[in-house]
Structures are given as structure tokens and as C-alpha cells.
Ligand binder design. Sequence first.
Ligand code: APR
Length: 247
Amino acid sequence: MGGLLHRAFRRIGTGMQDIRNIVILTGAGISAESGIDTFRSEGGLWEQHRIEDVATPEAFARDPDLVLNFYDMRRENIQKAQPNAAHVALAKLDRDWSGNLLIITQNVDDLHERAGATRLIHMHGEHLSAWCMACDARTTWRDALKHRPPCPSCGAAALRPDIVWFGEMPYRMDEIETALRQCDLFVSIGTSGAVYPAAGYVRTTRHYGAYTLELNLDPSQGSILFHETRLGRATELVPAWVEGLVA
Ligand code: APR
């Protein structure tokens, strides 16, 4: 199957565009139906907590217990969640598409990889990784951090969540930038378009000639920038889009 799905043609305006390089951006909406809270929906995480209290380096310096506790609870929750039909559909596309494909996720859960996706960048970090502030090592981490366990590499009690907080630089920006410039199709799934740099990717990819598609429950802040927006649940829209693409 893999070798067959390397190209698709999509009607855009009056012409046909040859699609070989795909970039997919995902946000909290793709994991919502797996039971993981989004950030900005009604009752979402940022209604329950202030960003300034739990998601900045300053918050961590001021009250590490509060911040570690917040991420310990979330790390525990994501391990109980299961990938849904949207994660599974993207993993299938990743497996079968022999052209370039990159899934850039803003999510810090591991549901894309548990569904089987491999061409994946966690631009905002990962819950299941701990970062040692003393020796810079990153270690796969499933347990709590609030009791200050020693770093497996250097022994210092200096582990923090490997999460990109507000005011910090997202990961692997060079690779992301290259993929954005080269893609023919950019698809944004389940993100409100409120946080940069990810919110700007639709502009970048359009500038370089990509067709841009948004799949989201509600119109996002950037909906107007896309060639096409489809509204609905990720578990319905994403499998249908993948089927249409490879048909
Ligand atoms: N299917 C599709 N989309 C959904 C669903 C669903 N079942 N449920 C919610 N959504 C949509 C909402 O309509 C909203 O537009 O997902 C989007 C979620 O938006 P946010 O909560 O803002 O999440 P996200 O865009 O991923 O946030 C970006 O903000 O605080 C930071 O670092 C955090 O990575 C996060 C970043």
C-alpha cells in the first residue's frame, strides 16, 4: 500500500494541484474526544487555571509545587486516555503516504504515537518526558515529579516537565519551517489558532503556494485565512478527509 499513496490531485479553483508534501498541524481538539481537556473551550483548562500560575518559567520559579502538581495530574490523565478515530486515521495516512508528511502537534499527550504515527514533532514538548535543569538530559517519565526524584543521568533533584511554557521557544522550529515552505497541502485540525507560532503556519504555507484546509469543531481565530474550512468533530472529519485524500 505504502508505495501507492504517494500523490493525490486536488481541484483548487480552476486548476488541479499535485499533492505530494503534506503538513498537518494538530491541537487540543483532536484529543478532546479521548477525554483530554482543551484549553480555551468552555470549562477548558485555561478557565480552571491561570496561565501565569502554571505555564510560565516565572510561575515555576515562584511556586514549583503548584506547577509540578498541575503537570503530575495531567501526566496521569493522559495515560488513562486512548487514541480516537482521528489519531488512528492520521497514523494510517502517515504509514501509507510515501510522499513527505509531517504531523506537527501542539499537544503534549502521546496519542498520535500510540495510534502509530511516526513522522511527528511535539512542538510544545511532551508530558511523558522530564528535563533535567542541571545536566540538560531528557528522560522518558511516567510518574510524578512533585516529590523531586533524582535525574537518572546526573542524580540532581532538578527535573522539570519537558513542556514549552509561555515565553519559551517551541521545539524543532528549523525542521518545521522547512516542511512548511515545501508543503503542497496544509491541514489544521482541532486548534483555536490563538497561539503563535503555530497560528501563523496557515499564512506561511499559503504564501509558499500550499492549499490550506481547516478541520475544527468551531470556526477558529484564523478560519478566514484558509482556502477551506470543514466544521465538525475530529473523529468524523479526519477519517473522512483521509479517505477522500487516498481514494
Ligand atoms: N473536534 C474538533 N475540534 C474540536 C473538538 C473536536 N471534538 N473539540 C474542540 N475542538 C476545537 C475547539 O473548537 C477549539 O477551536 O479545538 C480547538 C481547541 O483550541 P484550544 O483549546 O485553544 O487548544 P489549542 O489550539 O491546541 O491551544 C494551543 O495553547 O495554551 C496553549 O500550549 C497550549 O498547545 C496549546 C496551545
